[in-house]
Ligand binder design. Structure first.
Ligand code: ADP
Length: 401
């Protein structure tokens, strides 16, 4: 078997999937969480339906990795005999900045560079570095490790798309620019769409809408990201579960003054108290907001309206940026499942040649399917994302040269 372990580490969690790359099936998956504040493992083996949950003690990522090794290799429900059976480990890394424009093999220097980028992504990169050190300590020395970056796909954006209107020195000295995120997802779904359409991705102009707790929209021209809605951090763009999306910068400094917030407090406010949650006052979860809207909650209706309107505007502006669009993709928890959001976004888009098959749209949840009418000039598709699979494919490709 050709096994790849995919790891997605956060500050207090370590999500993992073990994939058999012969048929790209998931052999085991789970999460070691509450790292540093206790410890818990939840582990699943899809083929047998085996589920395992246990409270543990994870003072650091190292103990979480040791538990991961234990659940994979011991007991009667083990899926492998030893970690030596694993061909490679692929790690998801949020911020690669301008240093990493593609996946690469992990070395001590690479881990240090990822850690040095923590200033640009404090919530993510330092925990990634901790997990990489821990993984190197726990796994066999000869197992190659690969890092795959959320930002790498967007490194093809031109300067006109990635620069802000701040003095150029801030870009040169402090690396302030649009990086974009969700790159692995946008790359996966646009590739899957080209295959489904039977076209070469080089011939396609795509607007990819990844709508989940965090959401971003990307213009993919000829297989390359040419613009994207998330920016210097994942806060920019459209409203999200708890993130505000784009706001007039003057409103930020004004609100800081009104609340007497420090920069850190303002950042927390915009990242954790805004978006669906702050606007609706109901929930950060789109399903709850939709249910409240249906029950007549006016703020929930307004929140849904804002979301749909903002997505529509991005489709319009990216169509202008690419001088056309062949297909629109909906992916992520909302994109794959919310019939209402897809219908509202595609409503009154005849000027762009977008015509949704409303009846078909109602039947599509979480599966690859074209949902536009045969007459629609622009094809509209639901494409389930699978970032872990693309990380595993990249990892394998890299170690196989
Ligand atoms: P994350 O960004 O954390 O990976 P997901 O991609 O899983 O998040 O998306 C979570 C969002 O998807 C939530 O707002 C949730 O309400 C929404 N969602 C999931 N299922 C549905 C559904 N059936 N209808 C509408 N929204 C849904």
């Amino acid at each position: 078997m050709n096994l790849v372990l995919v790891v997605n580490a956060g500050s207090s969690s370590l999500k993992y999937q073990l994939l058999n790359m012969e048929d790209e099936s998931v052999i085991a998956k789970g999460n070691c969480d509450r790292i540093g504040i206790g410890g818990h493992v939840s582990h699943k083996v899809p083929a047998t339906g085996y589920v395992y949950d246990e409270d543990c003690n994870f003072p650091t990522h190292t103990e979480a990795f040791e538990k991961l090794v234990e659940v994979l290799t011991t007991g009667e429900n083990k899926v492998i005999d030893s970690m030596n059976e694993i061909s490679a480990v692929g790690h998801r890394i949020v911020q690669g900045a301008e240093i990493f424009d593609k996946a690469c093999l992990v070395t001590e220097d690479v881990i240090k560079q990822i850690d040095d980028l923590s200033e640009l992504a404090p919530v993510h990169n330092h925990p990634h570095a901790l997990a990489l050190w821990a993984c190197s300590k726990v796994l066999p020395k000869e197992t190659p490790q690969v890092v795959v970056f959320d930002t790498a796909f967007h490194q093809t954006m031109p300067a006109k798309a990635y620069l802000f209107g701040l003095p150029y020195e801030d870009y040169l000295n402090y690396h302030v620019r649009r990086y974009g995120f969700h790159g692995t997802s946008h790359r996966f779904v646009s590739g899957a769409l080209a295959t489904a359409m039977g076209k070469d991705i080089k011939d396609l102009k795509i607007v990819s809408c990844h709508l989940g707790n965090g959401s971003s929209i990307t213009a993919v021209n000829g297989g390359k990201s040419v613009d994207t809605s998330m920016g210097f951090t994942p806060l920019d763009g459209i409203i999200m579960g708890t993130r505000c999306g784009a706001v007039d910068p003057s409103a930020v400094t004004y609100v800081m003054g009104k609340h007497g917030f420090t920069p850190h407090e303002m950042s927390e406010y915009m990242n954790k108290k805004s978006g669906f949650l702050g606007l609706s006052g109901v929930s950060s979860d789109n399903r709850d907001v939709c249910a409240a809207a249906e029950a007549g909650n006016e703020r929930a209706v307004m929140t849904s309206d804002i979301l749909q309107y903002q997505i529509k505007k991005y489709i319009g502006s990216y169509t202008a940026a690419m001088n056309g669009v062949d297909a629109v993709i909906f992916t992520g928890g909302i994109g794959e499942n919310s019939v209402e959001v897809r219908e509202a976004v595609c409503e009154d888009m005849s000027f762009f040649g977008i015509e949704l098959d409303k009846e078909l749209n109602k039947t599509v949840r979480g599966k690859l399917c074209k949902i536009s009418t045969p007459e629609s000039k622009v094809e509209v598709w639901v494409v389930p994302t699978n970032e872990e699979l693309l990380i595993a494919r990249d990892t394998l490709a890299l170690i196989n040269g």
